[in-house]
Write a protein of this length. Structure first.
Length: 518
Protein backbone atom coordinates (compact mmCIF):
# COMPACT_ATOMS: atom_id res chain seq x y z
CA UNK A 1 0.00 0.00 0.00
CA UNK A 2 1.47 3.37 -0.97
CA UNK A 3 2.11 5.51 2.12
CA UNK A 4 -0.23 8.41 2.83
CA UNK A 5 2.40 11.17 2.48
CA UNK A 6 3.45 9.90 -0.95
CA UNK A 7 -0.15 9.49 -2.09
CA UNK A 8 -0.95 13.04 -0.98
CA UNK A 9 2.13 14.40 -2.77
CA UNK A 10 1.07 12.59 -5.95
CA UNK A 11 -2.44 14.04 -5.75
CA UNK A 12 -1.01 17.56 -5.33
CA UNK A 13 1.36 17.02 -8.25
CA UNK A 14 -1.50 15.91 -10.51
CA UNK A 15 -3.51 18.96 -9.45
CA UNK A 16 -0.60 21.23 -10.39
CA UNK A 17 -0.08 19.42 -13.69
CA UNK A 18 -3.69 20.34 -14.62
CA UNK A 19 -2.63 23.98 -14.75
CA UNK A 20 0.30 23.34 -17.10
CA UNK A 21 -0.67 24.22 -20.69
CA UNK A 22 2.07 21.98 -22.10
CA UNK A 23 0.41 18.85 -20.70
CA UNK A 24 -2.72 19.01 -22.87
CA UNK A 25 -6.03 17.09 -22.63
CA UNK A 26 -4.54 13.73 -23.58
CA UNK A 27 -1.78 14.03 -20.99
CA UNK A 28 -4.23 15.00 -18.26
CA UNK A 29 -6.45 12.07 -19.14
CA UNK A 30 -3.50 9.71 -18.75
CA UNK A 31 -2.46 11.26 -15.42
CA UNK A 32 -5.97 10.79 -14.05
CA UNK A 33 -5.76 7.01 -14.43
CA UNK A 34 -2.07 6.62 -13.58
CA UNK A 35 -1.55 4.69 -10.34
CA UNK A 36 1.43 5.35 -8.01
CA UNK A 37 2.78 2.05 -6.65
CA UNK A 38 5.45 3.22 -4.22
CA UNK A 39 8.91 4.77 -4.02
CA UNK A 40 12.33 3.16 -4.19
CA UNK A 41 15.45 5.29 -3.64
CA UNK A 42 13.73 8.59 -4.53
CA UNK A 43 12.12 7.02 -7.61
CA UNK A 44 8.33 6.98 -7.73
CA UNK A 45 7.00 3.85 -9.41
CA UNK A 46 3.96 4.54 -11.60
CA UNK A 47 1.65 2.12 -13.41
CA UNK A 48 -0.30 2.89 -16.59
CA UNK A 49 -2.63 0.76 -18.71
CA UNK A 50 -0.85 0.67 -22.09
CA UNK A 51 2.35 1.34 -24.00
CA UNK A 52 1.01 4.53 -25.58
CA UNK A 53 0.14 5.89 -22.11
CA UNK A 54 3.64 4.99 -20.90
CA UNK A 55 5.27 6.82 -23.81
CA UNK A 56 3.01 9.84 -23.38
CA UNK A 57 3.77 10.06 -19.66
CA UNK A 58 7.50 9.81 -20.29
CA UNK A 59 7.43 12.78 -22.66
CA UNK A 60 6.40 15.04 -19.75
CA UNK A 61 8.66 13.27 -17.24
CA UNK A 62 10.93 16.23 -16.50
CA UNK A 63 8.04 18.57 -15.65
CA UNK A 64 6.36 15.89 -13.53
CA UNK A 65 9.63 15.10 -11.72
CA UNK A 66 10.20 18.80 -10.99
CA UNK A 67 6.75 19.18 -9.47
CA UNK A 68 7.06 15.92 -7.51
CA UNK A 69 10.43 17.01 -6.16
CA UNK A 70 8.92 20.27 -4.92
CA UNK A 71 5.99 18.48 -3.30
CA UNK A 72 8.18 15.83 -1.65
CA UNK A 73 10.93 18.25 -0.64
CA UNK A 74 13.59 16.00 -2.17
CA UNK A 75 14.74 15.23 -5.75
CA UNK A 76 12.45 12.64 -7.31
CA UNK A 77 12.45 10.62 -10.50
CA UNK A 78 9.71 8.48 -12.00
CA UNK A 79 9.69 4.95 -13.38
CA UNK A 80 6.76 3.85 -15.54
CA UNK A 81 5.45 0.30 -15.95
CA UNK A 82 2.47 -1.18 -17.75
CA UNK A 83 -0.33 -2.86 -15.82
CA UNK A 84 -3.18 -3.96 -18.09
CA UNK A 85 -5.39 -4.49 -15.04
CA UNK A 86 -5.88 -0.71 -14.95
CA UNK A 87 -8.60 -0.82 -17.65
CA UNK A 88 -11.57 1.01 -16.15
CA UNK A 89 -14.17 -1.28 -17.74
CA UNK A 90 -14.18 -4.07 -20.25
CA UNK A 91 -13.26 -1.71 -23.07
CA UNK A 92 -11.71 -2.80 -26.35
CA UNK A 93 -9.79 0.28 -27.40
CA UNK A 94 -6.64 -1.34 -28.70
CA UNK A 95 -5.39 -4.59 -30.20
CA UNK A 96 -4.05 -7.03 -27.66
CA UNK A 97 -0.50 -6.33 -26.54
CA UNK A 98 1.85 -8.62 -24.62
CA UNK A 99 2.04 -7.84 -20.95
CA UNK A 100 5.12 -5.87 -19.93
CA UNK A 101 6.37 -5.88 -16.38
CA UNK A 102 9.79 -4.22 -16.61
CA UNK A 103 10.29 -0.74 -15.20
CA UNK A 104 12.01 2.05 -17.12
CA UNK A 105 13.62 4.77 -15.04
CA UNK A 106 13.42 8.06 -16.93
CA UNK A 107 16.79 9.88 -16.78
CA UNK A 108 17.29 13.56 -15.95
CA UNK A 109 17.97 14.54 -19.55
CA UNK A 110 15.99 14.93 -22.06
CA UNK A 111 -18.35 7.25 -18.73
CA UNK A 112 -20.78 8.56 -21.27
CA UNK A 113 -23.79 6.88 -22.88
CA UNK A 114 -24.83 6.58 -26.51
CA UNK A 115 -28.29 7.84 -27.34
CA UNK A 116 -30.79 5.00 -27.17
CA UNK A 117 -31.58 3.14 -30.37
CA UNK A 118 -34.23 4.67 -32.55
CA UNK A 119 -37.43 2.84 -33.46
CA UNK A 120 -37.64 0.98 -36.75
CA UNK A 121 -37.33 3.44 -39.64
CA UNK A 122 -37.14 3.32 -43.39
CA UNK A 123 -34.32 4.95 -45.36
CA UNK A 124 -36.58 7.84 -46.29
CA UNK A 125 -37.90 8.55 -42.81
CA UNK A 126 -35.25 8.41 -40.09
CA UNK A 127 -36.36 8.81 -36.51
CA UNK A 128 -34.61 11.20 -34.12
CA UNK A 129 -32.60 9.42 -31.45
CA UNK A 130 -33.28 9.77 -27.74
CA UNK A 131 -30.87 10.15 -24.83
CA UNK A 132 -31.10 9.97 -21.08
CA UNK A 133 -28.52 12.72 -20.69
CA UNK A 134 -29.55 15.89 -18.93
CA UNK A 135 -28.18 17.88 -21.83
CA UNK A 136 -30.26 16.08 -24.44
CA UNK A 137 -32.38 19.13 -25.07
CA UNK A 138 -29.37 20.92 -26.50
CA UNK A 139 -28.68 18.23 -29.08
CA UNK A 140 -29.86 18.97 -32.57
CA UNK A 141 -32.11 16.46 -34.28
CA UNK A 142 -30.67 14.20 -36.98
CA UNK A 143 -30.39 15.46 -40.51
CA UNK A 144 -33.73 14.55 -42.09
CA UNK A 145 -32.50 12.92 -45.30
CA UNK A 146 -29.95 10.49 -43.87
CA UNK A 147 -31.03 6.83 -43.82
CA UNK A 148 -31.17 5.27 -40.35
CA UNK A 149 -32.06 1.88 -39.05
CA UNK A 150 -33.96 0.51 -36.10
CA UNK A 151 -32.41 -1.72 -33.48
CA UNK A 152 -33.78 -4.97 -34.84
CA UNK A 153 -31.18 -7.07 -36.64
CA UNK A 154 -31.95 -8.93 -39.85
CA UNK A 155 -32.59 -12.63 -39.42
CA UNK A 156 -30.09 -13.62 -42.12
CA UNK A 157 -27.44 -10.94 -42.66
CA UNK A 158 -25.53 -11.34 -45.90
CA UNK A 159 -22.26 -9.75 -44.81
CA UNK A 160 -19.47 -11.78 -43.29
CA UNK A 161 -17.36 -8.88 -42.10
CA UNK A 162 -17.46 -9.98 -38.48
CA UNK A 163 -15.95 -13.33 -39.39
CA UNK A 164 -13.24 -11.63 -41.45
CA UNK A 165 -12.43 -9.06 -38.78
CA UNK A 166 -12.00 -11.81 -36.20
CA UNK A 167 -9.76 -13.81 -38.48
CA UNK A 168 -7.69 -10.85 -39.68
CA UNK A 169 -4.04 -10.93 -38.70
CA UNK A 170 -2.76 -8.01 -36.62
CA UNK A 171 -0.07 -5.65 -37.83
CA UNK A 172 3.32 -7.29 -37.37
CA UNK A 173 4.93 -5.89 -34.22
CA UNK A 174 8.46 -5.94 -35.64
CA UNK A 175 7.99 -4.86 -39.26
CA UNK A 176 4.75 -2.85 -38.74
CA UNK A 177 3.45 -4.32 -42.00
CA UNK A 178 -0.31 -4.54 -42.52
CA UNK A 179 -1.14 -8.08 -43.73
CA UNK A 180 -3.98 -6.77 -45.90
CA UNK A 181 -1.72 -4.52 -48.00
CA UNK A 182 -0.04 -6.78 -50.55
CA UNK A 183 0.52 -6.68 -54.31
CA UNK A 184 -2.23 -9.26 -54.72
CA UNK A 185 -4.81 -6.91 -53.18
CA UNK A 186 -3.59 -3.82 -55.04
CA UNK A 187 -5.65 -2.91 -58.11
CA UNK A 188 -3.48 -1.82 -61.05
CA UNK A 189 -4.69 0.77 -63.55
CA UNK A 190 -3.34 3.41 -65.86
CA UNK A 191 -2.97 5.85 -62.96
CA UNK A 192 -0.60 3.66 -60.95
CA UNK A 193 0.88 1.15 -63.40
CA UNK A 194 4.36 2.67 -63.54
CA UNK A 195 4.52 3.12 -59.75
CA UNK A 196 3.46 -0.50 -59.24
CA UNK A 197 6.12 -1.75 -61.68
CA UNK A 198 8.79 0.28 -59.89
CA UNK A 199 7.62 -0.97 -56.49
CA UNK A 200 7.72 -4.57 -57.71
CA UNK A 201 11.23 -4.11 -59.11
CA UNK A 202 12.46 -2.59 -55.85
CA UNK A 203 10.99 -5.49 -53.88
CA UNK A 204 12.55 -8.09 -56.16
CA UNK A 205 15.98 -6.44 -56.08
CA UNK A 206 16.26 -4.43 -52.85
CA UNK A 207 19.15 -2.00 -52.86
CA UNK A 208 19.45 -2.19 -56.65
CA UNK A 209 18.97 0.49 -59.26
CA UNK A 210 15.84 2.08 -57.74
CA UNK A 211 17.37 3.29 -54.50
CA UNK A 212 15.80 5.30 -53.10
CA UNK A 213 12.39 4.78 -54.65
CA UNK A 214 10.33 7.94 -54.12
CA UNK A 215 6.56 7.55 -54.63
CA UNK A 216 4.44 10.69 -54.58
CA UNK A 217 0.78 11.57 -55.12
CA UNK A 218 -2.37 12.80 -53.41
CA UNK A 219 -3.84 11.33 -50.26
CA UNK A 220 -5.85 8.14 -50.49
CA UNK A 221 -4.43 6.96 -53.83
CA UNK A 222 -2.58 3.85 -52.63
CA UNK A 223 0.93 4.98 -51.68
CA UNK A 224 0.79 3.36 -48.25
CA UNK A 225 -0.61 0.16 -49.75
CA UNK A 226 2.37 -0.03 -52.12
CA UNK A 227 4.82 0.56 -49.27
CA UNK A 228 3.45 -2.38 -47.30
CA UNK A 229 3.27 -4.51 -50.44
CA UNK A 230 6.98 -3.91 -51.05
CA UNK A 231 7.76 -5.04 -47.51
CA UNK A 232 5.71 -8.23 -47.83
CA UNK A 233 7.25 -9.07 -51.19
CA UNK A 234 10.79 -8.56 -49.90
CA UNK A 235 10.13 -10.91 -47.01
CA UNK A 236 8.45 -13.51 -49.22
CA UNK A 237 11.50 -13.61 -51.51
CA UNK A 238 14.14 -13.09 -48.81
CA UNK A 239 12.85 -14.11 -45.37
CA UNK A 240 16.32 -13.47 -43.94
CA UNK A 241 16.15 -9.72 -44.62
CA UNK A 242 15.07 -7.17 -42.03
CA UNK A 243 12.21 -4.91 -43.11
CA UNK A 244 10.73 -1.95 -41.25
CA UNK A 245 7.77 0.28 -42.11
CA UNK A 246 7.53 3.61 -40.33
CA UNK A 247 5.58 6.81 -40.82
CA UNK A 248 7.35 10.13 -40.47
CA UNK A 249 5.30 10.81 -37.32
CA UNK A 250 6.46 7.55 -35.77
CA UNK A 251 10.05 8.25 -36.73
CA UNK A 252 9.81 11.69 -35.12
CA UNK A 253 8.22 10.39 -31.91
CA UNK A 254 10.68 7.52 -31.69
CA UNK A 255 13.58 9.93 -32.11
CA UNK A 256 12.26 12.38 -29.48
CA UNK A 257 11.64 9.57 -26.99
CA UNK A 258 15.10 8.15 -27.56
CA UNK A 259 16.70 11.52 -26.78
CA UNK A 260 14.50 12.09 -23.72
CA UNK A 261 15.30 8.64 -22.33
CA UNK A 262 19.00 8.64 -23.21
CA UNK A 263 18.65 5.81 -25.77
CA UNK A 264 19.86 7.61 -28.90
CA UNK A 265 22.37 4.88 -29.77
CA UNK A 266 19.66 2.23 -29.46
CA UNK A 267 17.48 4.28 -31.82
CA UNK A 268 20.26 4.55 -34.40
CA UNK A 269 21.02 0.84 -34.24
CA UNK A 270 17.35 -0.03 -34.66
CA UNK A 271 16.91 1.99 -37.85
CA UNK A 272 20.35 1.50 -39.40
CA UNK A 273 20.37 -2.28 -39.04
CA UNK A 274 17.47 -2.88 -41.44
CA UNK A 275 17.79 -4.11 -45.02
CA UNK A 276 14.67 -2.33 -46.28
CA UNK A 277 13.30 0.87 -44.73
CA UNK A 278 9.84 2.03 -45.81
CA UNK A 279 9.06 5.63 -44.80
CA UNK A 280 5.52 6.96 -45.23
CA UNK A 281 4.51 10.63 -45.64
CA UNK A 282 7.99 12.16 -45.47
CA UNK A 283 6.44 15.63 -45.91
CA UNK A 284 5.46 15.64 -42.23
CA UNK A 285 9.13 16.01 -41.30
CA UNK A 286 9.08 19.52 -42.78
CA UNK A 287 10.35 22.05 -40.23
CA UNK A 288 11.58 19.41 -37.73
CA UNK A 289 15.26 20.27 -38.06
CA UNK A 290 16.70 17.82 -35.52
CA UNK A 291 14.59 14.95 -36.82
CA UNK A 292 15.56 15.74 -40.42
CA UNK A 293 19.22 15.79 -39.39
CA UNK A 294 18.86 12.35 -37.81
CA UNK A 295 17.00 11.03 -40.85
CA UNK A 296 19.75 12.44 -43.09
CA UNK A 297 22.37 10.37 -41.27
CA UNK A 298 20.08 7.32 -41.20
CA UNK A 299 19.53 7.67 -44.94
CA UNK A 300 23.28 7.92 -45.60
CA UNK A 301 24.09 4.90 -43.42
CA UNK A 302 21.46 2.73 -45.10
CA UNK A 303 22.31 3.82 -48.62
CA UNK A 304 26.05 3.28 -48.05
CA UNK A 305 25.47 -0.27 -46.87
CA UNK A 306 23.19 -1.07 -49.82
CA UNK A 307 19.88 -1.19 -47.93
CA UNK A 308 16.73 -0.39 -49.88
CA UNK A 309 14.95 2.87 -49.01
CA UNK A 310 11.39 3.60 -50.17
CA UNK A 311 9.76 6.94 -49.38
CA UNK A 312 6.27 8.31 -50.01
CA UNK A 313 5.13 11.92 -50.08
CA UNK A 314 2.20 14.01 -51.24
CA UNK A 315 4.54 16.01 -53.51
CA UNK A 316 7.76 15.48 -55.49
CA UNK A 317 11.14 16.16 -53.81
CA UNK A 318 11.64 19.54 -55.51
CA UNK A 319 8.47 20.90 -53.89
CA UNK A 320 9.25 19.70 -50.37
CA UNK A 321 9.72 22.79 -48.25
CA UNK A 322 11.53 22.69 -44.92
CA UNK A 323 14.22 20.30 -46.20
CA UNK A 324 17.79 21.26 -47.00
CA UNK A 325 18.92 20.84 -50.59
CA UNK A 326 21.27 18.01 -49.57
CA UNK A 327 18.27 16.01 -48.34
CA UNK A 328 16.08 16.74 -51.36
CA UNK A 329 18.91 15.80 -53.69
CA UNK A 330 19.23 12.44 -52.00
CA UNK A 331 15.55 11.77 -52.56
CA UNK A 332 16.29 12.24 -56.26
CA UNK A 333 19.22 9.82 -56.39
CA UNK A 334 17.04 6.89 -57.41
CA UNK A 335 13.65 6.83 -59.13
CA UNK A 336 10.67 9.15 -58.64
CA UNK A 337 7.22 7.86 -59.61
CA UNK A 338 3.80 9.41 -59.12
CA UNK A 339 0.31 8.02 -58.60
CA UNK A 340 -2.62 9.86 -60.15
CA UNK A 341 -6.31 9.65 -59.18
CA UNK A 342 -7.80 6.43 -60.51
CA UNK A 343 -9.89 6.55 -63.69
CA UNK A 344 -13.44 5.20 -63.75
CA UNK A 345 -12.46 1.69 -64.89
CA UNK A 346 -9.86 1.40 -62.14
CA UNK A 347 -12.29 2.66 -59.50
CA UNK A 348 -14.80 0.03 -60.55
CA UNK A 349 -12.09 -2.64 -60.34
CA UNK A 350 -11.15 -1.40 -56.86
CA UNK A 351 -14.76 -1.75 -55.74
CA UNK A 352 -14.96 -5.22 -57.25
CA UNK A 353 -11.86 -6.22 -55.31
CA UNK A 354 -13.27 -4.72 -52.11
CA UNK A 355 -16.58 -6.57 -52.54
CA UNK A 356 -14.68 -9.79 -53.17
CA UNK A 357 -12.64 -9.30 -50.00
CA UNK A 358 -15.80 -8.62 -48.01
CA UNK A 359 -17.51 -11.65 -49.61
CA UNK A 360 -20.47 -9.55 -50.70
CA UNK A 361 -22.13 -9.90 -54.12
CA UNK A 362 -22.65 -6.48 -55.71
CA UNK A 363 -23.92 -6.06 -59.27
CA UNK A 364 -21.83 -4.07 -61.73
CA UNK A 365 -24.40 -1.22 -62.15
CA UNK A 366 -24.18 -0.53 -58.40
CA UNK A 367 -20.39 -0.45 -58.50
CA UNK A 368 -20.49 1.89 -61.50
CA UNK A 369 -22.92 4.17 -59.68
CA UNK A 370 -20.59 4.43 -56.65
CA UNK A 371 -17.45 4.81 -58.77
CA UNK A 372 -18.97 7.73 -60.68
CA UNK A 373 -19.72 9.62 -57.47
CA UNK A 374 -16.33 9.19 -55.75
CA UNK A 375 -13.40 10.02 -57.99
CA UNK A 376 -10.56 11.52 -55.94
CA UNK A 377 -9.92 9.32 -52.91
CA UNK A 378 -9.80 5.52 -52.67
CA UNK A 379 -10.63 5.53 -48.96
CA UNK A 380 -13.83 7.48 -49.59
CA UNK A 381 -14.63 5.18 -52.51
CA UNK A 382 -14.29 2.01 -50.43
CA UNK A 383 -16.03 3.64 -47.49
CA UNK A 384 -19.05 4.36 -49.68
CA UNK A 385 -19.28 0.68 -50.64
CA UNK A 386 -19.02 -0.34 -46.99
CA UNK A 387 -21.94 1.94 -46.12
CA UNK A 388 -24.14 0.60 -48.88
CA UNK A 389 -23.45 -3.07 -48.13
CA UNK A 390 -23.81 -2.50 -44.38
CA UNK A 391 -27.20 -0.84 -44.82
CA UNK A 392 -28.38 -3.63 -47.14
CA UNK A 393 -27.28 -6.25 -44.62
CA UNK A 394 -28.93 -4.56 -41.65
CA UNK A 395 -32.20 -3.87 -43.46
CA UNK A 396 -32.29 -7.22 -45.33
CA UNK A 397 -32.66 -5.39 -48.64
CA UNK A 398 -31.00 -6.27 -51.96
CA UNK A 399 -28.07 -4.10 -53.02
CA UNK A 400 -29.43 -1.97 -55.86
CA UNK A 401 -28.60 1.37 -57.40
CA UNK A 402 -31.76 2.82 -55.86
CA UNK A 403 -30.63 1.74 -52.40
CA UNK A 404 -27.13 3.10 -53.04
CA UNK A 405 -28.61 6.43 -54.15
CA UNK A 406 -30.55 6.70 -50.88
CA UNK A 407 -27.62 5.73 -48.66
CA UNK A 408 -25.11 8.00 -50.42
CA UNK A 409 -27.43 10.93 -51.04
CA UNK A 410 -25.43 13.31 -48.84
CA UNK A 411 -22.07 11.58 -49.05
CA UNK A 412 -20.71 12.87 -52.35
CA UNK A 413 -16.99 13.61 -52.09
CA UNK A 414 -16.67 17.35 -51.55
CA UNK A 415 -13.08 17.64 -50.36
CA UNK A 416 -12.39 20.42 -52.85
CA UNK A 417 -15.12 22.62 -51.40
CA UNK A 418 -14.78 21.88 -47.69
CA UNK A 419 -12.01 21.12 -45.24
CA UNK A 420 -12.74 18.46 -42.66
CA UNK A 421 -10.22 18.27 -39.83
CA UNK A 422 -9.65 15.87 -36.97
CA UNK A 423 -10.54 18.67 -34.55
CA UNK A 424 -13.92 19.13 -36.25
CA UNK A 425 -14.62 15.40 -36.13
CA UNK A 426 -13.67 15.24 -32.45
CA UNK A 427 -15.87 18.23 -31.65
CA UNK A 428 -18.93 16.84 -33.42
CA UNK A 429 -18.39 13.34 -32.01
CA UNK A 430 -17.97 14.64 -28.46
CA UNK A 431 -21.16 16.70 -28.76
CA UNK A 432 -23.08 13.79 -30.27
CA UNK A 433 -22.13 11.34 -27.50
CA UNK A 434 -22.33 14.00 -24.78
CA UNK A 435 -18.68 13.64 -23.74
CA UNK A 436 -15.73 15.99 -23.74
CA UNK A 437 -12.93 16.09 -26.30
CA UNK A 438 -10.55 15.50 -23.39
CA UNK A 439 -12.36 12.23 -22.63
CA UNK A 440 -12.05 11.11 -26.26
CA UNK A 441 -8.29 11.70 -26.02
CA UNK A 442 -7.89 10.25 -22.54
CA UNK A 443 -6.51 6.89 -21.48
CA UNK A 444 -9.93 5.72 -20.32
CA UNK A 445 -11.00 2.47 -21.96
CA UNK A 446 -14.54 2.24 -20.65
CA UNK A 447 -16.82 0.48 -23.10
CA UNK A 448 -18.95 3.50 -24.01
CA UNK A 449 -16.00 5.88 -24.39
CA UNK A 450 -14.06 3.31 -26.38
CA UNK A 451 -16.76 3.01 -29.01
CA UNK A 452 -17.17 6.79 -29.32
CA UNK A 453 -13.40 7.11 -29.74
CA UNK A 454 -13.28 4.32 -32.33
CA UNK A 455 -16.09 5.94 -34.32
CA UNK A 456 -14.22 9.25 -34.31
CA UNK A 457 -11.05 7.49 -35.51
CA UNK A 458 -13.00 5.70 -38.23
CA UNK A 459 -14.44 9.01 -39.45
CA UNK A 460 -10.98 10.63 -39.38
CA UNK A 461 -9.71 7.84 -41.60
CA UNK A 462 -12.64 8.14 -44.00
CA UNK A 463 -13.12 11.91 -44.15
CA UNK A 464 -9.60 13.34 -43.83
CA UNK A 465 -6.23 12.95 -45.52
CA UNK A 466 -4.51 12.10 -42.24
CA UNK A 467 -2.26 9.06 -42.03
CA UNK A 468 -2.84 6.38 -39.40
CA UNK A 469 -0.14 7.67 -37.01
CA UNK A 470 -1.40 11.23 -37.44
CA UNK A 471 -4.90 10.13 -36.45
CA UNK A 472 -3.48 8.31 -33.43
CA UNK A 473 -1.62 11.46 -32.48
CA UNK A 474 -4.88 13.39 -32.31
CA UNK A 475 -6.26 10.85 -29.83
CA UNK A 476 -3.76 11.02 -27.00
CA UNK A 477 -0.74 9.80 -28.96
CA UNK A 478 -2.14 6.37 -29.69
CA UNK A 479 -0.20 3.98 -31.89
CA UNK A 480 -1.20 3.51 -35.55
CA UNK A 481 -2.12 -0.11 -34.80
CA UNK A 482 -4.85 1.20 -32.47
CA UNK A 483 -6.32 3.21 -35.36
CA UNK A 484 -6.25 0.14 -37.62
CA UNK A 485 -8.00 -1.84 -34.88
CA UNK A 486 -10.63 0.87 -34.46
CA UNK A 487 -11.36 0.97 -38.20
CA UNK A 488 -11.72 -2.80 -38.34
CA UNK A 489 -14.03 -2.88 -35.30
CA UNK A 490 -16.32 -0.12 -36.59
CA UNK A 491 -16.49 -1.60 -40.11
CA UNK A 492 -17.52 -4.88 -38.51
CA UNK A 493 -20.14 -3.28 -36.25
CA UNK A 494 -21.68 -1.27 -39.10
CA UNK A 495 -22.94 -4.54 -40.62
CA UNK A 496 -24.21 -6.02 -37.38
CA UNK A 497 -25.34 -3.14 -35.15
CA UNK A 498 -27.94 -0.71 -36.51
CA UNK A 499 -27.12 1.86 -33.82
CA UNK A 500 -23.48 2.03 -34.94
CA UNK A 501 -24.51 2.41 -38.58
CA UNK A 502 -26.86 5.22 -37.57
CA UNK A 503 -24.11 6.90 -35.54
CA UNK A 504 -21.73 6.90 -38.51
CA UNK A 505 -24.40 8.15 -40.91
CA UNK A 506 -25.64 10.93 -38.66
CA UNK A 507 -22.16 12.07 -37.62
CA UNK A 508 -20.96 12.16 -41.22
CA UNK A 509 -23.86 14.40 -42.11
CA UNK A 510 -23.23 16.72 -39.15
CA UNK A 511 -19.50 16.91 -39.85
CA UNK A 512 -19.99 17.76 -43.53
CA UNK A 513 -22.62 20.35 -42.65
CA UNK A 514 -20.34 21.93 -40.05
CA UNK A 515 -17.45 22.02 -42.54
CA UNK A 516 -19.61 23.68 -45.20
CA UNK A 517 -20.85 26.31 -42.76
CA UNK A 518 -17.33 27.54 -41.99
Amino acid sequence: MIEDALAAAWDRAVTRMRTEAAVGPAGLGILEVTRPLGAVSNTLLLAVSSMYAKRHLETSARLLETILSEEMGTPMKIAVSIDEELVTEDGDDEPNEPAQTSLHVVPDDPGPHRPASAPEATPSSPTPRQTTSASSSARTSPTPHQPTLGSQRPATPTSQKAEQATAASPVDAETHLNPNYTFSTFVIGASNRFATAAATAAAENPGGSYNPLFIFGGSGLGKTHLLHAIGHEVLSLRPDLRVKYVSSEEFTNDFINSIASGRALEFQNRYRAVDTLLVDDIQFLQGKEQTIEEFFHTFNALHNQGSQIVITSDMPPKRLGGFEERMRSRFEWGLQVDIQPADLETRIAILQKKAEQERVAVDLPVLEFIAERFSTNIRELEGALVRVTAFASLSSQPITTDLAAIVLKDNVSDSAATEITAALIQSETAQYFNVTIEALCSASRSRSLTEARQIAMYLCRELTDLSLPAIGGHFGGRDHTTVIHANRKIAEKMSSKPEVYNDITELTSRIRAAARSK
